[in-house]
Every structure is written in C-alpha cells, then in structure tokens.
Write a protein of this length. Structure first.
Length: 69
C-alpha cells in the first residue's frame, strides 16, 4: 500500500509490522491473536481499532490473503 501512495503513521507501522511477524511464524493472523502478546502491550483489539480505525479488519484480511497465498 505504501508503494501505491498510502502513508502510515509510526503507530500504524507498529501494528502492521507485528501483524507480519505473526503471519510469518503462524501462516496467518486472526482477531484472536490481537488478545495476545505483543498486541496486548498496545491495547489488543481496542488498541488496533484505536490506531488503525475502521480499516483494522480490512488490513488483517488483506495481509492474510496476500501473504498466505
């Protein structure tokens, strides 16, 4: 998305980088993963929604689709 011109804040990048870490080690990520470390350090599901907004679910789905295919 950054290559297409989307800019992410440092907080958003933190979430995206952690999502990628989980996907790389688990071959996917789910909403339940957000209630585990390291996500709980930033508020878990509520923190993801706070920092990523309404796009949190779309980002999870898109990363799962693109990176596990």
């Amino acid at each position: 998305q950054e290559q297409a011109g989307t800019e992410f804040s440092p907080g958003e990048r933190w979430w995206l980088d952690r999502f990628l870490d989980v996907i790389a080690s688990s071959a996917g990520i789910s909403v339940k993963d957000l209630d585990r470390s390291p996500f709980t350090d930033r508020g878990g599901i509520d923190g993801a929604l706070r920092d990523l907004g309404d796009h949190a679910g779309d980002l999870l789905h898109g990363l799962n689709t693109e990176l596990t295919a």
